[in-house]
Design a protein around this ligand. Structure first.
Ligand SMILES: [Zn+2]
Length: 287
């Protein structure tokens, strides 16, 4: 029925606006946003991404900034600069987080303020835009928890053992080492890959399995980063510990040659490494 129409011939409708609205409804339910003040922040972006990963088709890009701005065209929403009065007429960036915000308008702010209406909107959005088979997961807050909820310390892997984290990192980096560009894949799927999903700030410390706390690295560079011999910096270039002496061995020479090279990033800017994590890594670098 509705489902098959979406999946067959009909041109694929971009999921961004409904996904952003679902994320906003969550935040209002939880008291983390109000109809007049919807902050552009990490929480909103995370909630968008969690559902986006469920429904994406291959051409879709994970960019919540687009609907945050362009929902204005639908008449019930407007995004504002930090001054609270200037409508946003420009690209919204990650660096605008906790500065810019949006609000419902034209009477919608009163509708959305009522919990029953939010529930109706949620169901309507899902029924209208997504396959019925995904309804349960899209409604459920579990979709968010699966990716973001800190897990108990005792089942904390040192790195790369969370299947969702690994799968996402390998996918967005297209199985390519962010340092040397190595890409070796023996088979379809993520099980046989020489590339690791490495955390910037270790999971045991950050409890953060968001893809922006990760990098795809080959075994060598993963090893070197974990020993603080190499580090990606907030300038998105590689930095090398002064302990490395390129004259001493070929291995060290190879690591040394990474100095100043660009971090190889995913195409999708929404998955670029978090500047805080990069800063953390650079500070850890052995002097
Ligand atoms: Zn490498």
């Amino acid at each position: 029925m509705g489902t098959s129409r979406l999946e067959e011939g009909a041109p694929h409708e971009k999921p961004h606006k409904p996904l952003l609205l679902l994320a906003v409804l969550d935040l209002i339910d939880e008291g983390k946003a109000s109809p007049e003040n919807i902050p552009w922040n990490q929480d909103l972006r995370d909630r968008f991404t969690a559902r986006f990963l469920l429904v994406r088709k291959h051409n879709d890009q994970n960019n919540p900034d687009l609907p945050f701005r362009y929902l204005a065209g639908d008449g019930f929403w407007q995004a504002y600069e930090a001054d609270g009065t200037t409508p946003i007429q420009r690209e919204i960036r990650v660096t605008d987080m906790n500065e810019v915000f949006a609000r419902f308008q034209n009477g919608f702010e009163f509708l959305v303020a009522i919990p029953e209406n939010r529930q109706t909107m949620r169901e309507t959005l899902i029924a209208r835009y997504f396959p019925q088979s995904l309804r349960e997961e899209l409604v459920s807050k579990k979709v968010i928890q699966n990716i973001y909820t800190p897990r108990a310390a005792e089942d904390t892997p040192e790195y790369g053992r969370s299947p969702a984290f690994r799968r996402t990192i390998l996918e967005v980096y297209d199985h390519q080492c962010a340092a040397c560009g190595l890409r070796i894949r023996l088979a379809q799927g993520n099980d046989v890959s020489f590339i690791d999903a490495a955390h910037l700030i270790p999971f045991s410390e950050s409890y953060n399995d968001h893809p922006t706390n990760g990098l795809a690295l080959c075994k060598n560079h993963h090893w070197a980063m974990d020993r603080n011999i190499i580090a990606p910096g907030p300038d998105l270039h590689w930095h090398i510990s002064r302990l490395i002496d390129p004259r001493r061995s070929n291995g060290e020479k190879e690591l040394y040659e990474l100095t100043g090279k660009s971090v190889l990033l995913p195409k999708d800017p929404a998955f670029h490494p978090d500047p805080q994590g990069l800063e953390w890594r650079k500070k850890k670098l052995s002097a």
